[in-house]
Design a protein around this ligand. Structure first.
Ligand SMILES: [Zn+2]
Length: 274
């Protein structure tokens, strides 16, 4: 349940999130890299949880900013921040979602896998949707077991007003899980960001740039025989008319679609404004 420290109600966020986001500008995503400073979190053979999650958090921040989000971090360095102030900060600045990044740990060194948590008390449908989006974006991409979507009474999940999800990427006390946590920062960050994009209904930029380069490829192509015939006819006609001072019909064979398109545009512009 939301306590007295919350200045905003959960329905505020429900209403806020109902609108469709046309742009990511101004959407505040709060990232909470777990632990820090005097609290290193769980310890692995070669790494500390607080360091591992900070690396992922910084990369998540970069990627989200690239997508136009506004990002706030509970900590940017190896320093301790109380659990209360992590939520308080997110609440004060009205973050739209809250992501808490962690490494798991267990007594058994064989414990392995990925899991996500949302608050075990009453939560809004957007919180469930956030967990679903993150979990389904990350879990299938990791080479470890999917331990499932869980709920717990964690302070940051309880105290944060915005939809909040805590991610336990893998077990730091398991040798192969720890390798993933240390060496796959980019994978962890990218898949986390994909989950955020999915939650907000934002298309991945990778896809956008692929379609752009397809357009460029299209313009660099050679012409089909029919296109060549048409272009030769048009350019010969343009030369006879005096619209072009050079006879481009003789060099059509060597032209790309883009070059022919440019000449055609010039022809249309010059012949219609004469
Ligand atoms: Zn932790």
């Amino acid at each position: 349940m939301a306590g007295p420290y919350n200045t905003l109600s959960r329905p505020y966020y429900a209403a806020h999130l109902k609108r469709t986001f046309q742009t990511t500008n101004g959407i505040l995503v709060f990232i909470d890299p777990g632990h820090g400073g005097q609290d290193p979190g769980a310890l692995g053979r070669y790494s500390r949880e607080s360091d591992n999650v900070l690396k992922v958090a910084k990369r998540v921040k970069e990627l989200l900013i690239h997508y136009g989000f506004t990002v706030m971090m509970a900590r940017e360095a190896d320093k301790w921040v109380t659990l209360e102030s992590r939520s308080d900060l997110a609440n004060r600045y009205r973050s739209v979602i809250f992501l808490s990044l962690h490494n798991n740990s267990a007594k058994a060194s064989t414990a392995t896998g990925f899991e996500t948590f949302i608050y075990s008390g009453p939560v809004g449908s957007e919180t469930v949707r956030l967990q679903n989006a993150l979990h389904s974006a990350i879990a299938p991409q990791l080479p470890i077991v999917d331990r499932g979507k869980k709920r717990a009474n964690f302070s940051v999940l309880r105290r944060t007003v915005a939809p909040a999800c805590l991610i336990e990427y893998a077990f730091i006390n398991n040798a192969s899980d720890e390798k993933l946590l240390m060496n796959e920062v980019e994978l962890l960050a990218q898949t986390t960001v994909n989950g955020v994009l999915q939650f907000f209904g934002v298309a991945k930029k990778v896809e956008a740039s692929t379609s752009k380069s397809k357009e460029v490829d299209e313009m660099a192509k050679q012409l089909t025989p029919t296109q060549q015939k048409d272009a030769k006819k048009l350019f010969a006609h343009a030369y006879r008319q005096g619209v072009f001072s050079a006879d481009h019909s003789k060099t059509v064979d060597k032209m790309t679609v883009g070059q022919v398109a440019m000449l055609t545009m010039q022809y249309v512009a010059r012949s219609t404004t004469k």
